[in-house]
Design a protein around this ligand. Structure first.
Ligand SMILES: [Cu+2]
Length: 134
C-alpha cells in the first residue's frame, strides 16, 4: 500500500504540472489534431498506387496522368474520373483517338513505333499530355 502511494504521488504531481502549464483549460484540445496523422499516412500510398499502376492513363480534373512509358503495341486502359466526356487524341498522324465517357474507361492501343506522342482532348483543347512509347 505504501509502495503504490509512493508511485502514484509523483505521477499525479507530474500530470498536474502538465495541465497547469497549459492553463487555458485547452489541454483537451491538444488531442484534436492527432487523428489527422492517419490521413497523412494514407497520402504516400495513393502516390504509390499511381506509380505502381500498370498501363493506365487517368483523366481527373481535366488533366491527364500518364505512365512514364508504355510498351509498343500494348493496350492501355484510359480511366475518365471526370463527369465530362474526354478524348485521348494524338496531335498528329492519327496514331490513336479514343473517346471516354464521364466515369467510364476505354482501351487505347499503343502505337508500335517507339517515340513520344503528344495528345490532346478534342473537347477541351487546353488538355494536353505526352504518351511515351518505348
Ligand atoms: Cu476533355
Amino acid at each position: 500500500m505504501k509502495l503504490s502511494t509512493v508511485l502514484l504521488g509523483p505521477a499525479f504531481v507530474a500530470a498536474c504540472a502538465l495541465t497547469a502549464c497549459s492553463n487555458d483549460g485547452g489541454s483537451t484540445v491538444d488531442y484534436g489534431p492527432t487523428p489527422a496523422i492517419t490521413d497523412t499516412t494514407s497520402m504516400p500510398s495513393s502516390e504509390g498506387a499511381v506509380a505502381a499502376g500498370t498501363n493506365e492513363i487517368v483523366i481527373s480534373g481535366f488533366a491527364y496522368t500518364v505512365p512514364a512509358t508504355v510498351a509498343p503495341g500494348t493496350q492501355v486502359t484510359v480511366r475518365n474520373n471526370d463527369t465530362a466526356e474526354h478524348t485521348v487524341t494524338a496531335d498528329t498522324g492519327g496514331a490513336f483517338d479514343v473517346e471516354i465517357e464521364g466515369g467510364e474507361t476505354a482501351t487505347l492501343t499503343v502505337p508500335s513505333t517507339p517515340g513520344t506522342y503528344p495528345f490532346h482532348c478534342t473537347y477541351h483543347p487546353n488538355m494536353h499530355g505526352d504518351l511515351t512509347v518505348g
